[in-house]
Design a protein around this ligand. Structure first.
Ligand code: ZN
Length: 280
């Protein structure tokens, strides 16, 4: 099953169409996209019996973020071997966790203003939590996942390494619109193997990242186990799972985002984000 945020309203996505959930369910489920994760199990039961007939044609440009107001956003650093190597840092023996503040969330096709000339791209698989998770074992982890979506962990590299503000990544990754997600959320059962999806990123038509999520050092299940051992994961929370090799700052010469380019982020079986880049 696929859901989307269409014109700010929760929608089921079927072949080329969207079905407004509040209308189709006669108000049993409201139009608010974020709220559905608090009722995810009931929603799945209802959604699975909806016939694909009807709906309105999918107008991509009207899609917003599939989780517009998560209570918590987790992001994982250095979670692909190739990316750890390109940064010159050691491969971590436990997940390196930081946050992206929620005000940075935006939709799949929104413009991203570049505050400096050292803004970088990070294609990432994003997990949306579908059930409260506290001390969840790895084997039960996927049952707490509503679905997967595409994300960009856009990063301002000067602020990231500013000498007086070391040891935190979160500010540099939280400028407005630095966390595009979408275009849809896809439930785990839709994939042959939700742990093995091709992920890629192109900037200005140049393909700069390509990997498979099976290369993650800490898998989705491991991240849910690790995080939920410390804190409570809440429905609608996001986990940005880390980026593969090929980011701009590790290239020689360095390759940062430029106004006028388009940032395209793709994951097999989910879709792509297409974010135009503009001057701040
Ligand atoms: Zn990242």
């Amino acid at each position: 099953m696929r859901i989307a945020n269409a014109d700010g309203r929760l929608a089921l996505v079927t072949a080329g169409h969207v079905i407004d959930v509040a209308e189709a369910s006669d108000g049993r489920f409201g139009p608010d996209v974020q709220d559905v994760y608090d009722h995810w199990t009931d929603f799945l039961v209802w959604a699975r019996q909806v016939t694909s007939a009807g709906g309105t044609p999918l107008d991509e440009v009207r899609l917003g973020p599939v989780a517009p107001r998560p209570r918590q956003i987790f992001a994982i650093g250095l979670n692909y071997r190739g990316h750890a190597v390109e940064t010159g840092l050691d491969i971590p023996d436990a997940p390196m966790v930081f946050t992206k503040f929620a005000s940075s969330i935006t939709g799949p096709y929104e413009a991203v203003a570049l505050p400096t000339e050292s803004v970088d791209f990070e294609a990432e698989l994003v997990v949306v939590i579908g059930a409260t998770a506290r001390r969840v074992a790895r084997a039960d982890a996927w049952r707490h996942v509503a679905g997967l979506t595409v994300g960009q962990d856009i990063s301002e590299r000067e602020l990231l390494v500013r000498p007086l503000a070391p040891q935190q990544f979160s500010l540099a990754k939280s400028f407005p619109n630095f966390a595009p997600i979408g275009p849809v959320l896809v439930t785990p059962d839709e994939f042959d193997d939700p742990d093995d999806l091709e992920i890629g990123c192109a900037v200005g038509g140049e393909h700069l990242q390509k990997a498979r999520t099976s290369d993650l050092i800490f898998s989705v299940s491991t991240l849910v186990e690790y995080l939920s051992a410390v804190l409570t994961l809440l429905p609608g929370d996001l986990i940005f799972t880390g980026t593969p090799a090929g980011v701009g700052f590790a290239r020689r010469p360095q390759r940062y985002l430029r106004a006028g380019e388009e940032l395209v982020t793709t994951i097999e079986g989910i879709g792509e984000l297409r974010n135009p880049l503009v001057d701040a």
